[in-house]
Ligand binder design. Structure first.
Ligand code: DCP
Ligand code: MG
Length: 382
């Protein structure tokens, strides 16, 4: 990388949706160390600071060689790179000298950090709830189990009734229920899902959907689509192949499918989007816990599966919105707003001044409408 190239990068690369970011970064150990500090900010609810570290990680993932040069006086001065402030640069310097960052090591040894990090691994527990539980004096997952009166591995419907529209009337209760499920199934939900099984789950779900509505299609989005060998959950975006009538055909399908999966004993628990207090788009979706029978030698495994239903005219927007990464999505939104006067989210693209809607017919069209060069899903690991 020569000086002009760096100049170019530093000016255009503010938005991660302009940068091809591979899954495996050239210096994983540095990123891992910075990520500890990011996690520390996350569990403490320091969102601005967390975002700075996320951005630094994202930049480091593709610029490691450039960074290295930064610290070598015989190379050009590269302090102009985006999102690498004095503090983070000095941490990187420390890492390159010693293989560690003091602040990260301090954090890893901090009991509060350990408890909060453990708590947020549970589905249904975010940083805010984690701190509330910690303030109640709870320190370990076993203590959480006792607090919520959850018996590990026990997840039958007698102890945990289905989350449905009625439960949603009480967000508080629904949140608690979600945590109980997360705790009871924590050993299953804590395991990652191999690609092969992700594909099998998609196959099963689309087969069941075919019994309700013919002519649907799906794309598996999320980390799977970005090439991750193992996923924490499965994100499936579904639409109908009929461009003109698909919109009507997709309407209400979400509830029907979840109902059917439940009748077939394929779905243990589910939440509808009404339950989501922090939902960021208006698509019909179900956040389910799917009963996966992938490995015949093993028992059923519970897997988190998100089903997202989109009308054909917003299908590719939804696919792009659910492919991630989270940083890539954030910058897509920012780019659209700041540079194009447009609004992008998973449920659609519109022009701000006159609310004109765009209906891209392919994924490349989504990028074109936003004035972006197409980036392959496997290079969206910002
Ligand atoms: N997403 C988003 N904003 C959120 C949550 C998700 O933009 N608040 C998008 C970006 C994510 C994608 O949806 O990449 C799927 O979210 P996941 O949480 O499932 O994350 P991944 O699929 O990327 O990784 P994994 O499921 O393996 O943890
Ligand atoms: Mg996912």
């Amino acid at each position: 990388v020569d000086a002009t190239e760096v100049e170019l990068l530093s000016h255009t690369a503010k938005y991660s949706c302009l940068r091809p970011s591979p899954l495996v970064c050239p210096n994983q150990s540095l990123v891992k160390e910075i990520d500890v500090i990011r996690q520390g900010r996350n569990v403490e609810g320091e969102e601005r600071s967390m975002l700075s570290y996320s951005r630094a990680i994202s930049v480091c993932s593709i610029y490691f060689i450039v960074l290295y040069n930064t610290l070598n006086p015989s190379r050009p001065d590269l302090h102009g790179l985006p999102f690498l402030g004095v503090k983070i640069l000095s941490m990187i310097e420390e890492f390159l000298k010693t293989g560690q960052i003091t602040e990260a090591q301090r954090m890893l040894a901090d009991p509060r950090f350990q408890s909060l990090s453990a708590f947020i691994t549970i589905h249904g527990i975010g940083p805010h709830t984690a701190r509330r539980l910690y303030d109640l004096g709870l320190r370990t997952l076993e203590e959480l189990e006792r607090y919520y009166e959850v018996k590990p591995g026990v997840s039958d419907e007698e102890t945990m009734p289905l989350l449905d529209a009625e439960a949603s009337a009480n967000i508080e209760a629904a949140g608690e229920q979600s945590i109980k499920i997360g705790l009871a199934l924590r050993h299953d939900l804590g395991q990652t899902i191999p690609r092969e099984e992700v594909e099998e789950i998609n196959g099963t779900i689309m087969r069941e959907l075919g019994h309700i509505q013919k002519g649907c299609k799906s794309v598996i989005a999320g980390g799977y689509r970005r090439g991750k060998p193992q996923s924490n959950d499965v994100d499936i975006v579904i639409t109908h192949t009929d461009w003109n009538l698909g919109s009507q055909k997709v309407k209400g399908l979400c509830r029907k499918l979840v109902q059917r999966l439940h009748e077939q004993d394929l779905s243990g628990f589910h939440e509808h989007n009404v339950l989501r207090t922090h939902h960021w788009d208006s698509l019909e979706k179900a956040l389910t816990v799917f009963v996966s029978r992938h490995n015949s030698s093993r028992q059923n495994v519970y897997r988190r599966v998100d089903l997202i239903f989109a009308a054909p005219e917003v299908f590719w927007t939804a696919v792009v919105g659910w492919t991630g990464s989270t940083m890539f999505e954030r910058d897509l939104r920012l780019w659209a707003k700041q540079q194009k006067g447009m609004k992008f989210d998973s449920s659609g693209i519109s022009r701000r001044h006159d609310s004109k809607l765009y209906h891209p017919r392919t994924e490349r069209d989504v990028f074109k409408v936003l004035g972006l060069v197409y980036i392959h899903p496997t290079l969206r690991n910002a």
